[in-house]
Ligand binder design. Structure first.
Ligand code: 4AD
Ligand code: MG
Length: 471
């Protein structure tokens, strides 16, 4: 359907041609002499309007042509008589492939709330909104690979199971499987290690505690220390018990790592990347973006055009604190040098102070940032940067990495992290260390930003959040 209706002429050059469409019935409207069946095959937002008459082969199955049923339709493309679309399909033959009981099919014509649709996540891709989100998400992934590949980055697969905690925040999910020493022998039993350390790790599958990765960065740094510029793009996991519209327990992250690079190079890369992918969807997902502009977030196309064209604001954390204090606005959380910025502060900065444009904040206090960030000469701040966007807040978090062995060891100690378990990471500073920098972008937050979808649970096909791993 996209091939026919997606062109500039909206399908008129197809008039007179034969066409077969396979898809799912959205609606079926019977009139006196003709029946209109709207069929969607997921390739685009538009349905193919199929016009059936009593002469159509398969017309006797008309009672089975109900919302949700899968059908095959054959016919000839014709100029549409009704107003909205340029062409429709005069159907010679219709076959119902899979029936759908109209009394129990949960997605009926009336508009369902997104909350409700989360309870039927297996069927929600059949709605306009979730079809459009899936296509734009796909386009963003494609554009991501294009951007990095075109700029000489190598895609690296970082491990999903790991023994290290990149962010040092203790938010990992355990992946622990004890080898059973019971009767059958060799079988595996799942077990969560007890906090008092009574687990005999020699009996564990990995012989030590292992987790689902929170970030591929540390592994990415090893490849950047050999191949120069690399990026990862894969799933990451966080056991943050936060029920917000911006947090998932399982999310996808894009993590470029640039060798021989500093924080300015990192910020330039993040800005160029974001502008590239935004431009890409504006040019390649017009129909879906128009849909979001009309139904999800009014004006999003203008705002994204602005993002693609205008340079992003940059400011230091210290200036951001001054700005927030100077605003005299009452915030729920305190604003003070040394405290982390909360979502309400981030949103104020990008939405109010800078009129909805992305803002990069740099040079955060070292106490509130991860151990691997490079210490600035002031001894108090690190070369970190967060890119903030309206509605979503933090879209990107990155930094220049500490490439000096002695500084890094001192930071691990200060952070109460076990130096021994980072031995391989420290080796990168022992053998051919280079200044390097990178960032992580939460892919679902990018989908939120690009579509206007307000809850992150609607930006991924099957959201994983506290209390829910259905589907
Ligand atoms: O700021 P974070 O924690 O940074 C890192 O993990 C670094 N190791 C990245 C790097 O420098 N290579 O996470 C990076 C981004 C955030 O800015 C946010 O967009 C997203 O990941 N993110 C989440 N997205 C959805 N759900 C969550 N629970 C998220 N936690 C972080
Ligand atoms: Mg962060």
């Amino acid at each position: 359907v996209a091939e026919v209706k997606g062109g500039e002429d909206q399908g008129t050059s197809w008039v007179g041609k034969e066409l077969t469409v396979r898809g799912w019935v959205r609606t079926c409207r019977a009139q006196r002499t003709v029946t209109f069946v709207e069929v969607n095959d997921g390739s685009c937002l538009s349905n193919m309007q199929c016009v059936l008459t009593p002469e159509t082969e398969g017309y006797d199955q008309i009672d089975s042509i109900t919302t949700g049923a899968s059908v095959l339709v054959e016919g000839v493309v014709a100029s549409s008589q009704g107003g909205k679309q340029k062409v429709d399909l005069k159907v010679s033959k219709i076959i119902v492939i899979g029936e759908s009981d109209p009394t129990s099919f949960p997605i009926q014509k009336k508009r369902a709330s997104r909350e409700f649709l989360r309870t039927v996540a297996h069927l929600r891709p059949r709605t306009n909104t979730f079809g459009a989100v899936a296509r734009v998400r796909n386009a963003l992934a494609y554009a991501t690979h294009n951007f990095f590949q075109d700029n000489g980055f190598i895609w690296v697969s970082s491990p999903i199971i790991t023994a290290s905690d990149c962010e040092g925040a203790g938010e990992q999910f355990y992946v622990t499987t004890l080898l059973s020493n019971s009767a059958e022998g060799g079988c595996l039993v799942n077990s969560i290690p007890s906090k008092d350390g009574r687990v005999d790790w020699s009996q564990d599958f990995f012989c030590k505690p292992a987790f689902l990765t929170v970030s591929g960065q540390l592994n990415g740094e090893t490849y950047a220390s050999a191949l120069s510029d690399i990026y990862t793009f894969g799933p990451t996991f966080r056991a943050e018990n936060s029920n917000t519209s911006r947090h998932l327990a399982e999310f996808w992250m894009i993590e470029p790592e640039l060798a021989f690079a500093d924080l300015n190079d990192d910020m330039a890369c993040a800005s160029a990347y974001l502008q590239y992918v935004v431009k890409y969807i504006l040019e390649n997902c017009k129909e879906d973006m128009d849909f979001f502009d009309t139904w999800v977030e009014k004006g999003i196309i203008d705002r994204l055009n602005n993002v693609a064209e205008k340079n992003f604001v940059q400011m230091s954390y210290s200036d951001a604190i001054k700005l927030l204090i100077g605003s005299n606005k009452k915030f729920e959380f305190p604003v003070k040098w040394g405290l982390d910025l909360q979502s309400e502060h981030e949103r104020y900065i990008t939405e109010v102070a800078f009129g909805g444009h992305p803002v990069i904040i740099r040079d955060y206090p070292k106490e509130i940032k991860a151990f691997y960030m490079r210490q600035n000469d002031d001894g108090k701040t690190v070369a970190a940067m967060d890119l903030l966007v309206p509605r979503v807040g933090e879209l990107i978090g990155g930094s220049q990495r500490e490439e000096r062995l002695d500084y890094l060891e001192a930071r691990l100690d200060e952070s109460n992290l076990n130096k021994d378990s980072y031995w391989w990471y420290l080796d990168l500073r022992r053998y051919g260390s280079v200044p390097h920098a990178g960032f992580g972008l939460g892919f679902e937050r990018l989908v939120q930003f690009a579509t206007g979808i307000d809850n992150i649970r609607d930006a991924i096909p099957f959201p994983r959040v506290p209390g829910s791993a259905e589907f």
